[in-house]
Design a protein. Structure first.
Length: 95
């Protein structure tokens, strides 16, 4: 069951029109830059900017990174599995 404070913090991020740097995302999510880079490679998130040092992430990306990190950390799901889970969730949300 999700913690109420996690839901509130996710909602705050989505309500903000801010963008976040890679360092800010890593700090906020507790994930390292290699994990975030791998999520980009798997297509789970799409940052703005062409080079890694130019990447900027919107609120939805931050929420997806947090969820992906919790799935990886708590359930030990590998990155391709996380990408598949997000693809299936995105498809069901579009129905």
């Amino acid at each position: 069951m999700p913690r109420p404070d996690a839901q509130n913090s996710d909602a705050q991020i989505l309500n903000e029109a801010s963008v976040f740097t890679l360092a800010e995302v890593c700090h906020s999510c507790g994930a390292d830059s290699h994990f975030v880079y791998a999520l980009v490679q798997e297509g789970v998130i799409r940052p703005r900017g062409k080079r890694v040092n130019e990447w900027m992430f919107d609120g939805l990306s931050v929420v997806r990174i947090r969820k992906a990190y919790r799935i990886h950390r708590d359930l030990h799901v590998n990155l391709p599995g996380i990408a598949l889970a997000f693809q299936l969730l995105d498809r069901t949300n579009n129905i």
